[in-house]
Design a protein around this ligand. Structure first.
Ligand SMILES: Cc1ncc(COP(=O)(O)O)c(C=O)c1O
Length: 397
């Protein structure tokens, strides 16, 4: 039967009906190891007992009242996020795209408040991905995504890690905001250099430009520290978080530094569902598990093992030309073969992703066990050996 869904995705492979930890189970009861967390979302894995209990309890009490009434769970999570990030206030929405959209609006308003002739354009980085709404799409560098929806907001794109490119872009007129991903996800797992981020901070300080760190994919410990910008020592003005924040429920968060914490006033922005009690109950468990629960600490040795394993693949397999990314957000560059490798890994029961065409991408749940990681590395090793002789690649059962 023809699907009634708009054909924006091409779903294929197994249909999953349940999950436990880093494992998924399909309609036939077959087990698959999740190395992608949906799309960087399910950091606590599937059916995490504390998460399930919190969501069930909250659902039995209260799910929605709107932001017209005080929202104690949202207050708690916002306070927790500000404490963990050094930011001053939070706006909750329902996705990464919405978190970015709010950040762009906030930056525009801040610029307009400073000057009647404030800049209106944005600066972003080549390879960026910030979402699919008209604003977030405008600062997404892939023109295939943008051009069908032209005209976009005015945005310019600076070469990744080019200090000179950054200086030239600011010299042509500072933007309303510079938006960066400390580690690009969709763009191919490229990390921005600390020196580039520091220079970006200096130029933003000199010109009064808002610096936005989009950590929808690389934040919340995925690329190392709780917030990815901490690695460079650079404090942005605005931070966006989403994917893993509520462990699988829809959420977005836009965090503003103390100076910008009251820029958005009543009537400036809103969301019917954002910050609702159910999703906040889930987010509270995720934040507790990552921090006091020790999950981020436990990730360190596993991330080192993954790094060493992928470096080893690059040394031993001609198909793999480079390891990219950081910590628990990594990929292997397999020119022309990333999709074949993804499918061959799936045929062995391991679900990875791709990025930017040539990168085999791994964003595993943080609860992936050492044993599962070892099995995944063995499967990857076999897959890369088979890539040399395509007839040996197994097909998905
Ligand atoms: C860095 C970044 N920003 C924004 C988004 C958009 O998030 P969402 O798909 O939740 O709207 C994504 C999604 O992949 C992302 O990786």
């Amino acid at each position: 039967m023809a699907s009634a869904l708009m054909p924006t995705y091409r779903p294929s492979g197994p249909a999953f009906v349940s999950g436990k930890g880093a494992s998924l189970f399909d309609t036939e009861g077959r087990e698959w190891v999740d190395l992608l967390s949906g799309l960087g979302v399910t950091v606590l894995g599937h059916s995490h007992p504390r998460w399930v209990a919190a969501v069930q309890t909250q659902a039995a009490h209260l799910v929605h009242t709107s932001n017209l009434y005080p929202q104690a769970p949202a207050e708690g999570v916002a306070e927790q996020l500000c404490r963990l990030t050094g930011m001053g206030s939070v706006f909750f929405s329902n996705s990464g795209t919405e978190a970015v959209e709010c950040a762009l609006k906030l930056a525009r308003k801040a610029a307009n408040q400073r000057s009647q002739t404030a800049p209106t354009h944005f600066l972003a980085i080549e390879g960026s991905f910030h979402g699919r709404s008209l604003g977030s799409l405008s600062v997404t560098s892939n023109s295939d995504y943008r051009s069908p929806f032209a005209p976009n907001l005015e945005a310019h794109f600076v070469e990744r890690n080019s200090l000179k490119g950054l200086e030239q872009a600011f010299a042509q007129g500072p933007p309303a905001a510079l938006i960066i991903e400390p580690v690009q996800g969709e763009g191919g797992l490229h990390a921005l250099d600390d020196a580039f981020l520091r220079h970006a901070r200096e130029l933003c300080d000199q010109t009064g430009t808002v610096l936005i760190s989009d950590e929808v994919q690389c934040g919340l410990g995925r690329s190392g520290p709780f917030v990815a910008y901490a690695k460079s020592g650079v404090l942005p003005d605005v931070v966006t978080l989403a994917k893993p924040l509520a462990g699988g429920l829809s959420v977005g968060a836009t965090l503003a530094c103390a100076d910008l914490s009251k820029t958005l006033q009543p009537g400036d922005h809103g969301s019917t569902f954002g910050g609702g009690p159910l999703v906040m109950a889930a987010a509270s468990v995720v934040l507790d598990e990552l921090t006091e629960g020790g999950l981020l600490e436990e990730l360190n040795p596993k991330a080192e093992h993954l790094t060493a394993g992928l470096d080893d693949m690059v040394r031993r397999h001609d198909a793999a030309t480079e390891r990219r990314g950081r910590h628990w957000m990594q990929g292997l560059v397999l020119p022309g073969q990333a999709v074949a490798a993804q499918q061959a890994l799936a045929a062995r029961g391991f679900l990875a992703g791709t990025a930017a065409g040539d990168v085999l991408r791994f964003l595993p749940p943080y609860v992936l066990s050492h044993a599962q990681l070892d099995r995944a590395l063995t499967a990857l090793d076999e897959t890369l050996s088979d890539l040399l002789q395509p007839q040996a690649l197994p097909s998905i059962p």
